[in-house]
Design a protein around this ligand. Structure first.
Ligand code: FAD
Length: 142
């Protein structure tokens, strides 16, 4: 059984080094778990948004581990659903390239041209990320 989980969190401190350490761990651990997904790190607002897809037990265990990571707080579940197929199967952990985030795309799903997952419905955040995947705005490298 496949599930998709999306959450937002606030980084205690966020820089390129931390992001690349997280991506490195994700790309090491996630393939054997059968977990795929994407991570968006917004440096300005110090917000993370992550999507995890995979088996229910694997995604649940990984989410619980990530939620206890002291490098972020205010972990809020944005969306959780059983799925028939993955949207983010190409990435053990892809990185949303904020530099390529088109303000018009943000305005399509949000009242402001800034990414604020805490103020957006989970469905809208998920639709935004699915569109990013479809428009090649997700990179494989940290
Ligand atoms: P180690 O990397 O050796 O870490 C051991 C412990 O120390 C962990 O509890 C870790 O949280 C903590 N730790 C490590 N480095 C630091 C540091 N610099 N400062 C403070 N504490 C530290 N892991 C995945 O496997 N897959 C993912 O998709 C994934 N996504 C993540 C997304 C976010 C936003 C964050 C913040 C973390 C994510 N992680 C992910 C990391 C995850 O939370 C665990 O830290 C990691 O899986 C543990 O790896 P490890 O067992 O090799 O332990």
């Amino acid at each position: 059984m496949l599930v998709r989980l999306m959450y937002a969190s606030r980084a205690e401190a966020l820089d390129a080094e931390l992001l690349s350490a997280i991506l490195r761990k994700s790309r090491e651990h996630n393939p054997p778990l059968g977990v795929t997904g994407v991570l968006c790190a917004c440096f300005d607002s110090r917000i993370f948004v992550q999507v995890l897809e995979g088996g229910r037990t694997a995604v649940s265990a990984l989410y619980n581990r990530i939620a206890q990571d002291p490098r972020h707080r205010d972990v809020v579940l944005l969306s959780y659903e059983e799925i028939g197929e993955r949207t983010f199967s190409s990435w053990s952990m892809g990185q949303v390239n904020m530099g390529r985030l088109n303000p018009a795309l943000l305005l399509k799903y949000s009242d402001k041209a800034v990414l604020d997952p805490y103020a957006m419905p989970g469905k809208a955040s998920l639709a935004l990320f699915a569109e990013l995947a479809a428009t090649a705005s997700i990179g494989a490298q940290g």
